[in-house]
Design a protein around this ligand. Structure first.
Ligand code: SF4
Length: 388
């Protein structure tokens, strides 16, 4: 097909992108003061059975959109999914497999809070098919965990990491930096301990103050921009020296241990999203759509499972693509843009040219890669791809 014809037709896929599944379990023991995720303090016993049934209703409504496609990864996130019993997770994964073709060897991640880590429960998750765990450690300093309103202590975090490594091997820990009263030395100690714990994957996020959080109305004293930038640099240097590859803004992995599920987001792959507040993105031969669920668990449980899909206009796709692929530290192959948006590369060209002039990206015959400046000033880079 000529370039002109393809341009006239807008989005056109010969081969659809890889497909993942995200499952949102929205409850937590307590709401952390910095958290703007769709997470809700559990009132009493969780309605596990009712919620899993709602997830299946939700999934079934989406099935006609993905007939014949295979799931390459599953991510059970939240909230605190480790509040769910191993039996409920087993029912969930069995029900997913009964409705969809999950690739053999698919990566299946479950997010866990160190305050809810128990050997029997973790072994049950493993038996259900979970093969990767992501632990929200945040810090190995008790004072910082208290400042963040976390329900676990540093010792509980260490025990949870050991347990997860023994049972799953494939483990990520989330750490935060730029915490109230944190110095560079304190951030360094957290990273050093994270490396010592021996997990093959580590994610480091800067604490930011988001609207509709307790920290937004009662802001703590945080390190300034320069101090936070120094921490970020220290983290990149320390993890690089320890043998971790830095492959996305916040993600570091030992060889072979990159998170396949998150990479699929960053490479602008497709994903089904089920659960309260979950959203997804699906490609069809001639369009790309998004779907999103009601956020409140109570409303979600009462919903009839119908899932409206909104088409993403072709002119919005370059921005949406860069919002994700622009985070890849090693950049992306030129052909990925067309493979994942169904558009001609020329649709990316104007923004890319300006980004090169502003030294926010570099490109050669094969790759587009954000520069150091492009990584530090991602909003400046992204603005160049907004539709007129
Ligand atoms: S445990 Fe995680 S999801 Fe739950 S409130 Fe805290 S930060 Fe948010």
């Amino acid at each position: 097909m000529s370039a002109v014809l393809r341009d006239l037709r807008g989005v056109h896929f010969e081969v659809l992108p890889p497909l993942s599944l995200y499952v949102h379990l929205p409850w937590c023991v307590r709401k952390c003061p910095y958290c703007d995720f769709n997470s809700h303090e559990r009132a009493s016993a969780l309605p596990e059975g009712e919620y899993v049934a709602a997830l299946f209703r939700d999934l079934e409504a989406l099935l006609p959109s993905v007939w014949g496609r295979r799931i390459q990864s599953i991510f059970i996130g939240g909230g605190t999914p480790s509040l769910f019993s191993a039996k409920a997770i087993d029912e969930l994964l069995a029900g997913v497999r009964a409705r969809l073709t999950v690739e053999p060897g698919a990566e299946i991640t479950l997010e866990a809070n160190p305050g809810t880590a128990e050997a029997e429960r973790f072994a049950g998750y493993r038996g259900a098919g979970v093969n990767r765990v992501s632990l929200g450690v945040q810090s190995f300093a008790d004072a910082k965990l208290a400042a963040l309103g976390r329900i676990h202590s540093a010792d509980e975090a260490r025990r949870a990491v050991d347990l997860a490594l023994n049972i799953f091997g494939n483990v990520n820990i989330d750490l935060m930096y730029g915490l109230p009263g944190q110095t560079l030395a304190m951030a360094q100690a957290d990273i050093a301990e994270g490396v010592r714990m021996g997990t093959p994957h580590l994610s480091a996020y800067q604490l930011t103050i988001e609207p509709n959080t307790v920290f937004y109305s009662h802001p703590p004293m945080l390190p300034g921009d320069d101090a936070s930038a120094d921490m970020q640099q220290m983290i990149e240097d320390a993890l690089g020296a320890a043998g971790f590859g830095h492959y996305e803004t916040s993600a570091f992995a030992r060889p072979g241990r990159r998170c396949r599920h998150n990479l699929n987001y960053w490479e602008f792959g497709d994903y089904l999203g089920i659960g309260a507040g979950a959203h997804g993105k699906l490609s069809f031969a001639d369009r790309v759509t998004r779907h999103e669920r009601v956020k409140q668990p109570r409303e979600y449980l009462a919903a009839d499972g119908e899932v409206p899909q909104r088409e993403i206009a072709a002119k919005e796709l370059p921005f949406e693509f860069m919002l994700n692929a622009g985070r890849l530290v090693e950049g992306f192959p030129l052909e990925l843009f067309s493979a994942r948006t169904g558009l001609q590369f020329s649709a990316l060209e104007p923004g890319l040219r300006t980004a090169e002039e502003k030294q926010l990206v570099k490109r050669d015959m094969k790759l587009v890669r954000p520069t150091e400046r492009g990584r530090r000033f991602q909003n400046e880079l992204l603005r160049l791809f907004l539709p007129d």
